[in-house]
Design a protein around this ligand. Structure first.
Ligand SMILES: [Zn+2]
Length: 152
């Protein structure tokens, strides 16, 4: 059943991403004439992100071509979260703690420089994301120890 996968692309901060929901589709993505050097570690990271997206509403995974120099590249996976009626934003899932009730939660943080690490203004882009409205503790609504636009 080949050719049933139609890659959907979009541009975020000048970088072209392809939405992907199955690591097997990497081979079907359009790319430059360079050689695909995507290794097993990256593929495993992609698979984990895809599983997270399957289990959590509002998230999706996308990859972009990262040029390694010479004639080689690898697919770099990024997790995105799309808040209600807002554009999708790159996020990293991390632990956070409620400063009121002490509960430990999983949180999606959009304000981390590593999410933009291949862009010259990575720190500015990350700081900009701190202005996105933060969610509180899913248990008591208290303030979380990390900036998060999603938590559970
Ligand atoms: Zn709490």
């Amino acid at each position: 059943m080949k050719n049933h996968f139609l890659p959907q692309s979009f541009v975020d901060c000048g970088e072209t991403f392809y939405i992907i929901d199955d690591a097997a589709h990497l081979a079907d993505l359009p790319h430059s004439a360079r050689k695909d050097m995507t290794g097993n570690l990256v593929k495993e990271s992609l698979r984990k992100k895809i599983v997270f997206c399957q289990e959590h509403e509002g998230f999706f995974c996308a990859v972009r071509e990262f040029i390694m120099g010479g004639d080689r590249f690898f697919w770099c996976p990024t997790l995105f979260y799309r808040p209600d009626r807002e554009p999708a934003v790159r996020v990293s899932i991390e632990n956070a703690r409620c400063t009121a009730c002490g509960r430990q939660v999983l949180a999606a943080n959009p304000a981390l420089p590593h999410l933009y690490e291949f862009l010259p203004n990575m720190y500015d882009l990350a700081e900009e994301k701190e202005r996105l409205p933060a969610v509180g503790c899913p248990c008591c609504g208290g303030k979380l120890s990390r900036h998060a636009i999603w938590a559970e």
